[in-house]
Design a binder for this molecule. Structure first.
Ligand code: MN
Length: 278
């Protein structure tokens, strides 16, 4: 199998969003062409509740999916459709905003909040699909373990083990991988897919020709048939995320991402007029 090489490494920057949540925006607007179909990755890692408990009060989304995965922590959520719940340790909320939801996401005070929110673009044909939530609890996430590696399969599959979802609109693989020091593993990926890895902790080699990549970086991989990762001396924990690019025009206005400016203007007009929720 042809190993993918590193195409780009991004570290993002500290940002404040919602009512004042400190996070790292690993990638967003600037990188959207490279990471298609992924629009944005926000990483949370804090031991200070003052940095995140102001939360993300009521706000709209349309035209995207948000995938919130927590390694540690608790995020209470509620929405305009009447859904409420909590994302807990090892759990994931897969929200299809589709034609529109208004929701709030409120991280609760814990010893350490550790996780990430990924935005997946919806294809033109599904921008206005019916909104939906998938609450993926930790006990429904299969774990593939072999003594030196642990892979939690949130979406897609790994070594024949399928996760609870596969991506209804954009086929998406989402793995949470832990490797002991010096351990190498290969992750076959359809050559058509955009693949990146986000390092949560530790460091690793993602390319036999490059140095170790430190924590809190996203490594965008070039073309090929597999990603080959070797953990450096302290081991590594990373998210491996792959999806099929859409190659469609993007009109992005904050929490709403459509294909044209007209569709964006229409969405904000509907928000003003109170007709946003279908
Ligand atoms: Mn949101």
């Amino acid at each position: 199998m042809t190993e993918r090489r590193i195409r780009k490494i991004v570290g993002g920057s500290v940002a404040y969003d919602g009512a004042g949540v400190k996070l790292v925006r690993v990638f967003g607007h600037e990188e959207v062409k490279d990471f298609d179909p992924f629009l944005l990755l926000d990483a949370f890692d804090s031991e200070d509740p003052d940095e995140y408990t102001k939360g993300f009060p009521w706000h709209p989304h349309r035209g995207i999916e948000t995938v919130t995965y927590l390694i540690h922590g608790q995020i209470a959520h509620g929405d305009s459709l009447g859904n409420t719940g909590n994302i807990l340790d090892g759990g994931c909320q897969w929200m299809t905003a589709g034609s529109g939801i208004i929701h709030q996401e409120m991280p609760q005070a814990v010893d350490r909040l550790l996780g990430a929110q990924l935005w997946i673009n919806l294809p033109r044909s599904s921008k206005m699909t019916e909104p939906a939530y998938r609450d993926i609890t930790s006990d429904t996430v299969p774990v593939v373990q072999d003594g030196q590696s642990t892979v939690r399969v949130i979406s897609g599959s790994y070594r024949g083990t399928a996760g609870p979802v596969a991506g209804d609109y954009v086929r998406t693989d989402y793995l949470d991988v832990s490797l002991l020091p010096g351990v190498r593993r290969e992750f076959p990926c359809d050559p058509q897919l955009t693949v990146f890895c986000y390092l949560v902790e530790g460091s690793a080699h993602f390319d036999r020709h490059a140095g170790a990549v430190p924590a809190r970086r996203a490594v965008l991989m070039g073309s090929g048939e597999c990603v080959s990762v070797e953990a450096a001396e302290e081991g590594v924990r990373f998210l491996l995320i792959a999806g099929k690019p859409l190659h469609e025009p993007i009109a992005w206005g904050g929490p709403i991402v459509m294909n044209t400016r007209e569709e964006l203007h229409q969405a904000f007009k509907e928000l003003d007029e109170g007709s946003f929720i279908r």
